[in-house]
Design a protein around this ligand. Sequence first.
Ligand SMILES: O=C(O)CCC(=O)C(=O)O
Length: 256
Amino acid sequence: MTMKELEGRMNEISPARFYRDNGYALVKSLISADEARAYREECHALLARLRPSDPTWGSARRIAGGGATELRHCHDAQFYSAAFARLIVDPRFTDVAAELMGSGNVQLHHTKIFVKPAEKGSPFPMHQDAAHFPHTRHTVGAAIFHFDDAPEEKGCVRVVPGSHRRGPLPHVEEGGWHLPPSRWPLEEAVPVEARAGDVLFLSYLTVHGSGVNRSDEARTTLLVQFRDPEDLPAEDVHGSRGQGMMLRGIDPLAGR
Ligand SMILES: O=C(O)CCC(=O)C(=O)O
């Protein structure tokens, strides 16, 4: 399907149905434009306070055509500003996450803010998040809150629709931990352009990446990785301070 056909289909059917078929769903205006603007300011103020690290993958430079690029980032944002703690338990978000997973219970894996600075915001080579933190039942998903518009020239997220059905794929350690770029070129993936307030939900098996921000404005997002609490990690990797917090419902495994 072309990008336009996918967008049309997304408007016709429920996010849960589209997510099941394609491994992703863009929920438009999940928060208002005013809320997105306030969260944008909160992200930039927080990063200014923290002196953030730059997690740009070594292989990003090749994708960017050789030039240096930059990412500003913070893990576990809800530990630094209560605004993010409120957002991750907001039923507008958790109800969608529950519906997509087919579980009433939504548990936090981790959160991270990404700011791709204007003109040189780093790309992400194509990958599955599953390669970074594999789980036993594959319910894990990401919700990417957009706090400003993310058109293609800003390095929006790109996806391979339906790739979640292929299961975990072998990744290569090559300036990052991603799929071989020659077999999974970023340019061939479908760009999911978003507006401030939109939230992109993505299965952790969906092959995705993102391009360079070449625009004159930063791209600002909060990524919330969630799971069904009964979906246990397959490997003891990727710890984070907030992991295991319940965002909706209960943890049926507690006390066992
Ligand atoms: O925000 C982006 O551009 C992509 C982030 C991503 O792919 C990830 O964190 O797994």
